[in-house]
Design a protein around this ligand. Structure first.
Ligand code: 8YV
Length: 324
């Protein structure tokens, strides 16, 4: 019997997936679940047949060009793969897969959660109550904004954005506008009753809630710049469940401090796990620690999706979710 492929999981996964993988592969776990450094990742390149990284691992040229490289597949745990240099992977003939579909609704739920938390001042309210500062009900206490009839402007219109649109329209009665690299088909626009807005500048200036759903990477770095924050309505709210560097975090802090926008809900940050200190002291921002896909069910589904890619690859079949 030929030796089973050697697989490295760079972080701990759900017990169900770790057990499943152990039945098929020679699996090495990162027992301590501490992020691996560049030197460790580079060394792993020469020791394993596949590595399965997450958003906390930077897989760049330095890592991938390890001597006597053995890794032939990078099975990413997550749909976003901007932490992997895909051009270098292609150049070196390393295959890369990701985990689309399985986290779509879970991440969209979190975008909706942030919208509601920001507009209904939920974090602020909880802090007041837990801090023993709630003096009782009154008609003008901690009034937020209603979302019904307001326009949700989506930047990026892929699976997660469309799921967010569906939930916002059907559950919250919001109107939907979007900007994306390409205009969606008429059928998709009709399904979501979505209006295409040709420019990001116009979208940010006209919508009430701006929610980011574009990939990370050079093309979207600081897409939400100081200038675009200035274009937003003073009553508008920014939601980011995509990638931190899409927003100029320092400029966002200034806009929130000056109340030039009403609020923000963030799940991702420019230099995770560091968070701009200016954000921590503001009441008009809700801050979550990158929980977009964090449900028991979804994290198991993500792991199983990686497993399907690994199984296909080592059986000589095409990857289910190839990105390189
Ligand atoms: C993941 C995500 O938890 O899948 C993604 O792109 O942002 C998150 O939902 C994380 O990236 C896992 O690597």
């Amino acid at each position: 019997m030929s030796a089973r492929p050697r697989i490295l999981l760079t972080r701990r996964w759900t017990a169900e997936v770790e057990k499943h993988l152990a039945q098929h592969f020679d699996v090495t776990l990162n027992e301590g679940d501490v992020p691996m450094g560049a030197a460790q990742l580079r060394a792993a390149m020469s020791q394993f047949d596949a590595i399965c990284p997450t958003v906390t691992d930077r897989i760049d040229r330095e890592v991938m060009s390890a001597p006597d490289r053995r890794v032939r597949l990078i099975g990413n745990f997550g749909v976003g793969f901007n932490h992997i240099d895909i051009e270098v992977a292609r150049e070196l003939g390393i295959s890369v897969s990701n985990t689309p579909d399985v986290l779509t609704d879970t991440t969209a739920d979190l975008a909706i959660l942030l919208m509601l938390m920001v507009t209904r001042r939920a974090g602020e309210g909880e802090r007041e109550l837990r801090g023993g500062k709630w003096t009782g009900w009154r008609p003008t206490h901690m009034m937020g904004q209603s979302l019904a009839g307001k326009t949700l402007g989506l930047i990026g219109f892929g699976r997660i954005a469309q799921s967010t649109a569906r939930k916002a329209r059907l559950a919250l009665d919001m109107r939907i506008a979007y900007n994306g690299r390409r205009r969606a088909s008429q059928a998709v626009e009709a399904e979501h009753q979505a209006t295409f807005i040709d420019s990001v500048d116009e979208l940010v200036a006209t919508c009430d809630v701006i929610s980011l759903h574009c990939p990370g990477g050079a093309a979207t770095h600081h897409l939400i710049s100081a200038e675009r924050l200035r274009r937003m309505k003073p009553s508008a709210v920014l939601i980011n469940t995509a990638r931190g560097p899409v927003v100029d975090e320092a400029a966002l802090v200034e806009a929130l401090q000056a109340r030039r926008i009403a609020g923000a809900g963030l799940d991702v940050y420019e230099a995770e796990p560091k968070v701009h200190p200016g954000l921590l002291s503001l009441d008009n921002v809700v801050l979550l620690p990158h929980l977009g896909s964090a449900t028991q069910e979804t994290r198991t589904d993500m792991g199983m999706r990686v497993a399907q890619n690994l199984e296909a690859f080592f059986a000589g079949r095409p990857l289910r979710d190839p990105v390189a």
